[in-house]
Design a binder for this molecule. Structure first.
Ligand SMILES: Cc1cc2nc3c(=O)[nH]c(=O)nc-3n(C[C@H](O)[C@H](O)[C@H](O)COP(=O)(O)OP(=O)(O)OC[C@H]3O[C@@H](n4cnc5c(N)ncnc54)[C@H](O)[C@@H]3O)c2cc1C
Length: 458
């Protein structure tokens, strides 16, 4: 009989934790998992899933407008935030149930409580004070949204967590930040009819993405009516007697809005977790330092997902959890390749991107051929909508290898998924050129751009 209560104790039932628990159990391990909020974690409860449902909802305003260009008469329109929230909540509850049922089906013992680490093989459940031992502990506690607590009045602001539970749609909103969550929420609020402001301290939104794509998106969201304020930060938030928030900025701007939403980044959720007691090394921002096998500096403690600061995306957390469980309990060791991750931004228009940005590609190869096009997609002609699509292919001019593809336009995320396969296979520009176009589509541009728009040479 084992000297431990469990082979594996997982802290956090989000994307990474649930996958690891389930796979480890399917390999025959005795597994328990603790969750302090709701099963499914950030992605299911207050991240990707409700966010995407809101994005779908916010698209309808333009769809109704566009329909008229195709001969439809759309009658009076109205939107009910309450109905959307109720439908969203029902779906999230359904999904949470599936996550729980899946764990139970695999005989994973579930604890609905916060758990903390006592030592390298012991966790304590806060609801009961009970301590449990495990040969291996997996920390999959994710991250939580940051608020700038140095700003007077910051307590009046919300984060994405609260945005999913507002009593009513704000008539006006200021979103702070320029990352993908900020940009997506600005699009949601704008599409649903809120007067929307987006304030970002940098010059162009979406730092880290391809520059040309960033500039193009900033232009498009501005055209759609989002007031994009760059190179500025909030200095104070005051709640007025009428309940509205008066916001002042470093550049001397004053805005009066119903809600201010912080989306300025997320920190690893490791505060008070007791990891220091077990000798787990963390970075200054709380992220757990792990090796390629997701093992921390304490040999019996592993970590996966956002808490490790590798790539804060659901499919990455899931893969890391799966690789950990196969390697530790299934006798099938493998590691996650973090180098080529296709990703989407559900902005309006949407972004899909895979591989290197032009700026990153220049660090790999001084000789690049850039194929780039911006055009009005067919649907927008009759709709009379001035929204442009952008497609950009970055090619190593020495080897012909495609290093990155970046798309702005409808279903760009869907395209990025398929392009991810081609880039994984090492596709060259000649492979793209040999591919027969699908007509009439927007994506055919990807295989019909023959001449580089720019040649960059060392
Ligand atoms: C608004 C928003 C939109 C997003 N959209 C996307 C998207 O479109 N695509 C994408 O790929 N990713 C998206 N993400 C990121 C994605 O949600 C995360 O990368 C993913 O959830 C990380 O999984 P994880 O397992 O590391 O952590 P999480 O899913 O955050 O799970 C951690 C769990 O641990 C629990 N927990 C924490 N501490 C304890 C403790 N001490 N005891 C017990 N339980 C604990 C938490 O309650 C949580 O349920 C989005 C995130 C946000 C916030």
């Amino acid at each position: 009989m084992s000297e431990f209560d469990y082979d594996l104790f997982v802290i956090g039932a989000g994307s990474g934790g649930v996958r690891a628990a389930r796979i480890a159990a399917s390999h025959g391990a005795k597994v328990a998992i603790a969750e302090e909020h709701r099963y499914g974690g950030t992605c299911v409860i207050r991240g990707c899933v409700p966010k995407k449902l809101f994005v779908y909802a916010s698209h309808y305003s333009e769809e109704f407008e566009d329909a008229e260009g195709f001969g439809w008469s759309v009658g009076e329109r109205s939107f009910s935030w309450e109905k959307l929230m109720a439908a969203k909540d029902k779906e999230i509850t359904r999904l949470e149930g599936l996550y729980r049922a899946n764990l139970e089906r695999h005989n994973v013992e579930t604890f609905d409580t916060r758990a903390v680490v006592e030592d390298a093989n012991t966790v304590r459940l806060l609801s009961t004070g009970q301590t449990l031992t495990a040969k291996t502990i997996l920390v999959a506690v994710g991250a939580s949204p940051n608020v700038d607590t140095s700003i007077p009045g910051h307590e009046h602001a919300i984060t994405s967590n609260e945005a999913f539970h507002l009593d009513k749609l704000p008539e006006s909103v200021l979103v702070l930040g320029g990352g993908y969550i900020a940009v997506e929420f600005a699009g949601i609020f704008n599409g649903l009819g809120s007067e929307t402001h987006l304030m970002y301290r940098g010059e162009t939104i979406l730092r880290g993405f391809d520059n040309e794509l960033r500039v193009a998106l900033q232009e498009e969201i501005t055209k759609k009516g989002i007031n994009v304020i760059t190179e500025d930060v909030v200095t104070a938030i005051v709640k007025r007697d009428d309940g509205k928030l008066e916001v002042t900025s470093k550049k001397g701007l004053t805005l009066v809005v119903d809600q201010v939403m912080y989306a300025i980044g997320r920190d690893a959720h490791t505060k008070g977790l007791g990891l220091d007691k077990a000798g787990v090394e963390m970075r200054a921002n709380g992220e757990i330092v792990v090796d390629a096998e997701s093992r921390s500096t304490a040999p019996s403690i592993y970590a996966v997902g956002d808490v490790t600061g590798r790539a804060a995306l659901t499919p990455v957390a899931i893969r890391e959890g799966h690789a950990f469980a196969d390697s530790t309990f299934g006798g099938k060791p493998w590691t996650v390749d973090h180098s080529l991750i296709a990703t989407a931004v559900f902005s309006q228009p949407e972004l899909g991107t895979v591989g290197l940005s032009e700026e990153q590609a220049l660090e790999v190869s001084p000789n690049l051929d850039i194929y780039s096009t911006r055009f009005r997609p067919m649907k927008n002609t009759l709709a009379g909508r001035d929204e442009r699509t952008m497609m950009k292919i970055i090619v190593n001019a020495d080897t012909d290898k495609v290093l990155g593809v970046h798309i702005m336009g409808p279903d760009a995320g869907e395209l990025a998924q398929i392009l991810g396969i081609t880039l994984q296979m090492g596709a060259t520009k000649a492979d793209f050129d040999r591919t027969v176009a699908v007509h009439p589509t927007a994506a055919e541009e990807l295989v019909t751009m023959r001449e580089p728009s720019r040649r960059i040479r060392a």
